[in-house]
Design a protein around this ligand. Structure first.
Ligand code: HEC
Length: 114
């Protein structure tokens, strides 16, 4: 009887630990910090489109031109990233695209609206 009880306790403990860590992993996956994760992805663009580059996203006018902030889905950046043409070296995965798209809409485009 005692052993049986001990066994039940272990099983219960196992599931409570398993469930809570599983729950947390799911939460971060469904609700990533778009500002931070989007910025990280944008850093990849800046490796080729930074200070010394012909196409330089640190120049606000150039970024605005390629982003098309008033309608980002019609912009060049949206088109190229969602069609696996940029980043040139290693296009975004499906998950990265989702984050980058949200970041463009919810964070980056807003910087151009005054
Ligand atoms: C490994 C280098 C590399 C990376 C990383 C990269 N690009 Fe590019 N990109 C290029 C090159 C090369 C061109 C060709 C034009 C040029 O700069 O001469 C280009 C061109 C472009 C253009 C202009 C296309 C046109 O109409 O002329 C846009 C917009 C662009 N990239 C967006 C992005 C975005 C957004 C990212 C990040 C998601 C990115 N790129 C990451 C190398 C890169």
């Amino acid at each position: 009887m005692y052993l049986m009880l001990k066994f039940v306790c272990y099983v219960a403990l196992f599931f409570s630990v398993f469930n809570s860590s599983f729950g947390q992993a799911q939460q971060t996956q469904n609700n990533p910090d778009v500002t931070v994760e989007g910025e990280k992805l944008f850093q990849r663009c800046l490796q080729c489109h930074g200070e010394e580059s012909r196409i330089n996203f640190l120049e606000k006018d150039q970024l605005e031109y390629f982003l098309n902030p008033s309608d980002v889905e019609q912009g060049e950046i949206w088109y190229l990233t969602n069609n696996n043409q940029m980043p040139l070296d290693r296009p975004f995965t499906k998950e990265e695209k989702e984050i980058f798209n949200r970041w463009i809409k919810e964070v980056l485009a807003k910087k151009f609206q005054n």
